[in-house]
Design a protein around this ligand. Structure first.
Ligand code: CDV
Length: 309
Protein backbone atom coordinates (compact mmCIF):
# COMPACT_ATOMS: atom_id res chain seq x y z
CA UNK A 1 0.00 0.00 0.00
CA UNK A 2 1.13 3.54 -0.74
CA UNK A 3 -1.13 5.60 1.51
CA UNK A 4 -1.20 9.38 1.47
CA UNK A 5 -3.54 11.16 3.86
CA UNK A 6 -4.86 14.12 1.95
CA UNK A 7 -6.60 17.19 3.34
CA UNK A 8 -8.84 19.43 1.29
CA UNK A 9 -8.75 22.82 2.99
CA UNK A 10 -11.90 24.51 1.77
CA UNK A 11 -11.82 28.24 2.42
CA UNK A 12 -14.84 30.31 3.27
CA UNK A 13 -15.33 33.69 1.63
CA UNK A 14 -12.55 36.27 1.40
CA UNK A 15 -13.79 39.83 1.24
CA UNK A 16 -12.19 42.40 -1.04
CA UNK A 17 -10.76 44.30 1.93
CA UNK A 18 -9.26 41.22 3.63
CA UNK A 19 -5.45 41.14 3.80
CA UNK A 20 -3.33 38.24 2.64
CA UNK A 21 -1.93 38.01 6.18
CA UNK A 22 -5.44 37.43 7.57
CA UNK A 23 -6.11 34.77 4.94
CA UNK A 24 -2.81 33.02 5.67
CA UNK A 25 -3.70 32.94 9.38
CA UNK A 26 -6.92 31.09 8.45
CA UNK A 27 -4.94 28.74 6.22
CA UNK A 28 -2.62 27.91 9.11
CA UNK A 29 -5.60 27.07 11.36
CA UNK A 30 -6.69 24.53 8.72
CA UNK A 31 -3.10 23.26 8.42
CA UNK A 32 -2.92 22.64 12.18
CA UNK A 33 -6.21 20.74 12.02
CA UNK A 34 -4.81 18.72 9.12
CA UNK A 35 -1.72 17.85 11.17
CA UNK A 36 -3.93 16.55 13.97
CA UNK A 37 -5.71 14.34 11.44
CA UNK A 38 -2.43 12.95 10.11
CA UNK A 39 -2.41 14.69 6.73
CA UNK A 40 0.63 14.37 4.47
CA UNK A 41 -0.66 16.88 1.92
CA UNK A 42 -3.08 19.82 2.20
CA UNK A 43 -4.78 21.29 -0.86
CA UNK A 44 -6.12 24.87 -0.85
CA UNK A 45 -8.39 26.58 -3.41
CA UNK A 46 -7.78 28.45 -6.65
CA UNK A 47 -6.58 32.04 -5.99
CA UNK A 48 -6.48 31.18 -2.30
CA UNK A 49 -5.02 34.42 -1.03
CA UNK A 50 -7.61 36.94 -2.17
CA UNK A 51 -11.21 37.41 -3.09
CA UNK A 52 -12.12 36.13 -6.56
CA UNK A 53 -11.07 39.42 -8.18
CA UNK A 54 -11.85 38.49 -11.84
CA UNK A 55 -15.46 39.43 -11.10
CA UNK A 56 -14.39 43.09 -10.98
CA UNK A 57 -13.75 45.27 -14.02
CA UNK A 58 -10.43 47.11 -13.60
CA UNK A 59 -8.49 49.25 -16.08
CA UNK A 60 -5.74 50.57 -13.88
CA UNK A 61 -2.62 48.38 -14.20
CA UNK A 62 -1.44 49.02 -10.65
CA UNK A 63 -4.88 48.13 -9.30
CA UNK A 64 -4.81 44.87 -11.29
CA UNK A 65 -1.25 43.97 -10.30
CA UNK A 66 -2.08 44.44 -6.62
CA UNK A 67 -3.97 41.12 -6.78
CA UNK A 68 -0.89 39.28 -8.05
CA UNK A 69 2.11 37.66 -6.31
CA UNK A 70 5.58 38.41 -7.68
CA UNK A 71 7.16 35.48 -5.86
CA UNK A 72 6.11 32.39 -3.95
CA UNK A 73 6.61 32.05 -1.07
CA UNK A 74 6.61 35.75 -0.24
CA UNK A 75 6.33 37.82 2.92
CA UNK A 76 2.65 37.09 3.40
CA UNK A 77 2.80 33.34 2.75
CA UNK A 78 6.12 32.58 4.48
CA UNK A 79 4.42 31.74 7.82
CA UNK A 80 2.34 29.08 6.03
CA UNK A 81 5.37 27.57 4.29
CA UNK A 82 7.38 27.64 7.54
CA UNK A 83 4.64 25.92 9.54
CA UNK A 84 4.06 23.32 6.81
CA UNK A 85 7.79 22.52 6.80
CA UNK A 86 7.77 22.11 10.60
CA UNK A 87 4.78 19.79 10.36
CA UNK A 88 6.27 18.00 7.32
CA UNK A 89 3.08 18.56 5.35
CA UNK A 90 3.17 19.15 1.60
CA UNK A 91 1.06 21.99 0.21
CA UNK A 92 -0.88 22.78 -2.93
CA UNK A 93 -2.20 26.30 -3.32
CA UNK A 94 -3.42 28.59 -6.04
CA UNK A 95 -2.50 32.24 -6.52
CA UNK A 96 -2.35 34.94 -9.16
CA UNK A 97 1.20 34.98 -10.55
CA UNK A 98 2.98 38.01 -12.02
CA UNK A 99 6.24 36.92 -13.65
CA UNK A 100 9.42 39.04 -13.85
CA UNK A 101 8.62 39.45 -17.58
CA UNK A 102 5.26 41.00 -16.67
CA UNK A 103 3.05 38.06 -17.64
CA UNK A 104 -0.03 37.20 -15.59
CA UNK A 105 -1.19 33.65 -14.87
CA UNK A 106 -3.71 31.82 -12.72
CA UNK A 107 -1.21 29.51 -11.03
CA UNK A 108 -1.04 26.65 -8.56
CA UNK A 109 2.03 25.14 -6.90
CA UNK A 110 2.79 21.85 -5.22
CA UNK A 111 5.44 21.40 -2.55
CA UNK A 112 7.02 18.33 -1.03
CA UNK A 113 7.12 17.72 2.72
CA UNK A 114 10.23 19.87 3.12
CA UNK A 115 8.42 22.89 1.69
CA UNK A 116 10.33 22.82 -1.60
CA UNK A 117 8.22 23.63 -4.65
CA UNK A 118 8.20 20.53 -6.84
CA UNK A 119 5.55 21.54 -9.35
CA UNK A 120 3.96 24.59 -10.91
CA UNK A 121 0.83 24.62 -13.07
CA UNK A 122 -0.76 27.54 -14.91
CA UNK A 123 -4.47 27.33 -15.72
CA UNK A 124 -5.04 26.38 -19.33
CA UNK A 125 -8.84 26.61 -19.74
CA UNK A 126 -9.66 30.19 -18.79
CA UNK A 127 -13.42 30.73 -18.64
CA UNK A 128 -15.28 33.98 -19.10
CA UNK A 129 -14.51 36.91 -21.36
CA UNK A 130 -12.10 39.81 -21.84
CA UNK A 131 -14.47 42.68 -22.66
CA UNK A 132 -17.14 44.12 -20.37
CA UNK A 133 -20.27 42.01 -20.89
CA UNK A 134 -23.48 43.95 -20.30
CA UNK A 135 -25.57 40.78 -20.75
CA UNK A 136 -24.18 39.06 -17.66
CA UNK A 137 -25.45 39.44 -14.11
CA UNK A 138 -21.79 39.83 -13.08
CA UNK A 139 -18.44 39.76 -14.81
CA UNK A 140 -15.99 36.84 -15.15
CA UNK A 141 -12.84 38.43 -16.55
CA UNK A 142 -10.26 35.66 -16.41
CA UNK A 143 -9.57 36.10 -20.13
CA UNK A 144 -8.77 39.78 -19.45
CA UNK A 145 -6.49 39.31 -16.47
CA UNK A 146 -4.66 36.04 -17.24
CA UNK A 147 -2.77 34.47 -20.12
CA UNK A 148 -3.60 30.83 -20.86
CA UNK A 149 -1.19 28.53 -19.06
CA UNK A 150 2.02 27.69 -20.92
CA UNK A 151 3.21 24.70 -18.91
CA UNK A 152 0.84 21.98 -20.16
CA UNK A 153 -0.38 19.30 -17.77
CA UNK A 154 2.74 17.68 -16.31
CA UNK A 155 2.82 15.19 -13.44
CA UNK A 156 5.41 15.10 -10.68
CA UNK A 157 6.79 12.36 -8.46
CA UNK A 158 5.98 13.43 -4.91
CA UNK A 159 5.65 11.23 -1.82
CA UNK A 160 6.09 8.07 -3.92
CA UNK A 161 3.13 8.96 -6.16
CA UNK A 162 2.49 10.59 -9.53
CA UNK A 163 0.68 13.85 -8.83
CA UNK A 164 -0.91 16.26 -11.29
CA UNK A 165 -2.60 19.62 -11.09
CA UNK A 166 -5.35 21.51 -12.83
CA UNK A 167 -7.37 24.56 -11.80
CA UNK A 168 -11.13 25.00 -11.57
CA UNK A 169 -12.61 25.17 -15.08
CA UNK A 170 -9.98 22.66 -16.31
CA UNK A 171 -11.98 19.98 -14.47
CA UNK A 172 -14.81 20.30 -17.00
CA UNK A 173 -12.51 19.34 -19.90
CA UNK A 174 -11.72 15.63 -20.34
CA UNK A 175 -8.53 16.61 -22.17
CA UNK A 176 -7.03 17.95 -18.91
CA UNK A 177 -7.59 14.64 -17.15
CA UNK A 178 -6.47 12.47 -20.06
CA UNK A 179 -3.18 14.30 -20.55
CA UNK A 180 -2.30 13.49 -16.95
CA UNK A 181 -3.82 10.02 -17.23
CA UNK A 182 -1.44 9.34 -20.11
CA UNK A 183 1.43 10.10 -17.73
CA UNK A 184 0.15 7.64 -15.13
CA UNK A 185 -1.29 10.21 -12.74
CA UNK A 186 -2.44 8.76 -9.42
CA UNK A 187 -3.58 11.91 -7.59
CA UNK A 188 -5.01 15.03 -9.25
CA UNK A 189 -5.25 18.06 -6.97
CA UNK A 190 -6.94 21.38 -7.65
CA UNK A 191 -8.88 24.31 -6.33
CA UNK A 192 -11.86 26.19 -7.68
CA UNK A 193 -13.95 29.38 -7.36
CA UNK A 194 -17.33 28.58 -8.85
CA UNK A 195 -20.08 31.19 -8.50
CA UNK A 196 -23.27 29.70 -7.00
CA UNK A 197 -25.23 31.49 -9.72
CA UNK A 198 -24.77 31.17 -13.48
CA UNK A 199 -24.16 34.75 -14.66
CA UNK A 200 -25.83 33.92 -17.99
CA UNK A 201 -28.72 31.81 -16.65
CA UNK A 202 -29.90 32.97 -13.24
CA UNK A 203 -32.48 30.19 -12.93
CA UNK A 204 -29.96 27.36 -13.21
CA UNK A 205 -29.77 26.85 -9.46
CA UNK A 206 -27.09 25.78 -7.02
CA UNK A 207 -28.08 22.11 -7.06
CA UNK A 208 -27.36 21.73 -10.77
CA UNK A 209 -24.06 23.60 -10.46
CA UNK A 210 -22.90 21.34 -7.63
CA UNK A 211 -24.03 18.30 -9.62
CA UNK A 212 -22.08 19.29 -12.73
CA UNK A 213 -18.94 19.89 -10.69
CA UNK A 214 -19.18 16.52 -8.95
CA UNK A 215 -20.10 14.78 -12.21
CA UNK A 216 -16.97 15.88 -14.07
CA UNK A 217 -14.65 15.18 -11.15
CA UNK A 218 -16.03 11.68 -10.58
CA UNK A 219 -15.89 10.95 -14.31
CA UNK A 220 -12.34 12.28 -14.66
CA UNK A 221 -11.15 10.24 -11.71
CA UNK A 222 -12.83 7.03 -12.90
CA UNK A 223 -11.85 7.33 -16.56
CA UNK A 224 -8.21 7.83 -15.64
CA UNK A 225 -8.14 5.56 -12.56
CA UNK A 226 -6.86 8.33 -10.31
CA UNK A 227 -7.65 9.92 -6.98
CA UNK A 228 -8.92 13.49 -7.19
CA UNK A 229 -9.04 16.26 -4.60
CA UNK A 230 -11.19 19.28 -5.49
CA UNK A 231 -11.22 22.22 -3.11
CA UNK A 232 -13.54 25.23 -3.19
CA UNK A 233 -13.36 28.78 -2.09
CA UNK A 234 -16.96 29.16 -0.97
CA UNK A 235 -19.49 31.50 0.56
CA UNK A 236 -20.50 35.11 0.10
CA UNK A 237 -17.71 37.41 -1.08
CA UNK A 238 -19.02 40.98 -0.88
CA UNK A 239 -22.44 39.87 -2.14
CA UNK A 240 -21.11 37.36 -4.68
CA UNK A 241 -21.84 33.76 -3.57
CA UNK A 242 -19.43 30.95 -4.40
CA UNK A 243 -20.45 27.32 -4.07
CA UNK A 244 -18.77 24.82 -1.75
CA UNK A 245 -18.95 21.10 -2.40
CA UNK A 246 -15.25 20.27 -1.97
CA UNK A 247 -14.73 16.55 -2.50
CA UNK A 248 -12.18 13.77 -2.48
CA UNK A 249 -12.92 11.11 -5.10
CA UNK A 250 -11.45 7.61 -5.37
CA UNK A 251 -10.20 5.93 -8.57
CA UNK A 252 -13.58 4.24 -9.02
CA UNK A 253 -15.27 7.63 -9.20
CA UNK A 254 -16.83 7.52 -5.75
CA UNK A 255 -16.88 10.51 -3.39
CA UNK A 256 -15.11 9.51 -0.17
CA UNK A 257 -15.15 12.90 1.60
CA UNK A 258 -17.32 15.98 1.08
CA UNK A 259 -17.53 19.42 2.67
CA UNK A 260 -20.80 20.21 4.44
CA UNK A 261 -20.47 23.98 4.76
CA UNK A 262 -19.54 27.07 2.76
CA UNK A 263 -16.91 28.09 5.29
CA UNK A 264 -13.36 27.17 6.26
CA UNK A 265 -13.60 23.39 6.51
CA UNK A 266 -11.15 20.53 6.30
CA UNK A 267 -12.05 17.28 4.58
CA UNK A 268 -9.65 14.34 4.71
CA UNK A 269 -9.21 10.88 3.25
CA UNK A 270 -6.56 8.20 3.35
CA UNK A 271 -5.75 7.63 -0.31
CA UNK A 272 -3.95 4.43 -1.30
CA UNK A 273 -2.12 5.08 -4.55
CA UNK A 274 -2.13 1.34 -5.25
CA UNK A 275 -5.92 1.52 -5.54
CA UNK A 276 -5.31 3.09 -8.97
CA UNK A 277 -3.55 0.01 -10.31
CA UNK A 278 -6.54 -2.21 -11.10
CA UNK A 279 -8.25 0.37 -13.31
CA UNK A 280 -5.00 1.31 -15.03
CA UNK A 281 -4.25 -2.34 -15.85
CA UNK A 282 -7.73 -3.39 -16.97
CA UNK A 283 -10.56 -1.32 -18.45
CA UNK A 284 -8.40 1.82 -18.67
CA UNK A 285 -5.21 0.17 -19.84
CA UNK A 286 -4.62 2.92 -22.38
CA UNK A 287 -1.84 1.11 -24.27
CA UNK A 288 -4.18 -1.77 -25.11
CA UNK A 289 -7.48 0.00 -25.67
CA UNK A 290 -7.02 3.55 -26.97
CA UNK A 291 -7.53 4.05 -30.73
CA UNK A 292 -5.52 7.15 -31.54
CA UNK A 293 -6.14 6.79 -35.31
CA UNK A 294 -9.59 8.25 -34.58
CA UNK A 295 -8.58 11.03 -32.21
CA UNK A 296 -6.94 13.50 -34.64
CA UNK A 297 -9.73 16.14 -34.53
CA UNK A 298 -9.32 16.43 -30.78
CA UNK A 299 -6.04 18.26 -31.29
CA UNK A 300 -6.67 19.55 -34.84
CA UNK A 301 -9.83 21.58 -34.21
CA UNK A 302 -11.37 23.56 -31.38
CA UNK A 303 -14.95 24.33 -32.39
CA UNK A 304 -17.67 22.04 -33.74
CA UNK A 305 -17.71 21.29 -37.49
CA UNK A 306 -20.85 19.50 -38.64
CA UNK A 307 -20.23 17.18 -41.63
CA UNK A 308 -21.77 19.56 -44.20
CA UNK A 309 -19.51 22.47 -43.14
N1 CDV B 1 -12.94 29.97 -11.68
C1 CDV B 1 -13.52 29.23 -12.65
O1 CDV B 1 -12.86 28.69 -13.51
N2 CDV B 1 -14.88 29.16 -12.62
C2 CDV B 1 -15.66 28.47 -13.60
C3 CDV B 1 -17.01 29.10 -13.73
C4 CDV B 1 -16.96 30.41 -14.37
C5 CDV B 1 -17.97 28.23 -14.53
C6 CDV B 1 -15.84 27.01 -13.28
O2 CDV B 1 -15.68 26.19 -14.18
O3 CDV B 1 -16.19 26.66 -12.16
Amino acid sequence: MREITVGGAQMGPIQKAESREAVVARMIVLLEAAAKRGCDLVVYPELTLTTFFPRYWMDDEAEIDAWFEREMPNGATKPLFDRARELEIALCLGYAELTPEGDHYNTQILTDRTGAIVGKYRKVHLPGHSEYDTERAFQHLEKKYFLPGDLGFPVWRNMDAWMGMMICNDRRWPESWRLMGLQGVELVVFGYNTPSVNSQMGGEGLEKRLYHSELVICAGAYQNATWAVAVAKAGDEDGHPLMGGSIIVDPNGFVVAKAQTEGDELITAVCDMDATVFGKETIFDFARHRRIEHYGPITAQTGVKTPEA
